[in-house]
Design a protein around this ligand. Structure first.
Ligand code: ITT
Length: 195
């Protein structure tokens, strides 16, 4: 079964395709709609719903969308919903991550708490849009560490695993991550509850 996932983020897509392996996932790049969705919501929910509904209405088919980001408590939950645009959309993550580490360089471990948040929305023509949310707690690491994943993974450290999420395999990250957990919740909805 084909499922449209309204994302252009390749890092997300790798994780999405791995968890939703029984579906054929089509991304915004596959659809070539050329449409740019302005993510102007104040919450992850608003942005995920807007992305899913915009593409669902345009194509008149069911569509999934993910809005996610990193909340750093010491930075008043920034970058939060602005995670992709933080310090400029075109700034590389090695620069963004280094700058965050620099902003936090004298901050003790107990004040370095952070979480990744993921909201996935499912919009279907003629039905109420549904959302699921999941989070994973961690701390901002003292250095860039790990090669896997994408975005802020090399600075997001999970003390229980003694690793950053950039040191986890795809399967390990999906097991514990905000997106992995949200995708599993959405998969249950798709398989059981949504007519
Ligand atoms: P789409 O809207 O096309 O899906 P995007 O990258 O613009 O792609 P978001 O607006 O949801 O997506 O921004 C999410 C940002 O949060 C993403 O670009 C990363 O910087 C960060 N992020 C989210 N999940 C992450 C993860 O699992 N690992 C590392 N960084 C993550």
């Amino acid at each position: 079964m084909d499922i449209v996932f309204a994302t252009a983020n390749e890092g997300k897509l790798v994780e999405i395709k791995s968890v939703l392996a029984e579906f054929n996932i089509l991304s915004l790049k596959d659809l070539k709609t050329g449409i740019e969705i302005i993510e102007d919501g104040a919450t992850f929910e608003e942005n995920a719903v807007k992305k899913a509904q915009t593409i669902s209405r345009l194509l008149n088919i069911p569509v999934l969308a993910d809005d996610s980001g990193l909340e750093i408590d010491y930075l008043d939950k920034a970058p939060g919903v602005y995670s992709a645009r933080y310090m400029g959309e075109d700034t590389s993550y090695s620069v963004k991550n280094s700058r965050i580490l620099n902003l936090m360089k004298d901050v003790p471990t107990r004040q370095r708490t952070a979480r990744f948040v993921c909201v996935i929305a499912y919009a279907k023509p003629g039905s109420e849009t549904v959302t699921v949310r999941a989070e994973v707690e961690g701390i901002i690491h003292s250095r860039i560490q790990g090669e896997n994943g994408f975005g802020y993974d090399p600075i997001f450290f999970i003390p229980q695993l003694n690793k950053t999420t950039a040191e986890l395999s795809l399967a390990e990250k999906n097991e514990i991550s905000h997106r992995g957990k949200a995708l599993k919740l959405m998969k249950e909805l798709l398989n059981n509850e949504i007519p």
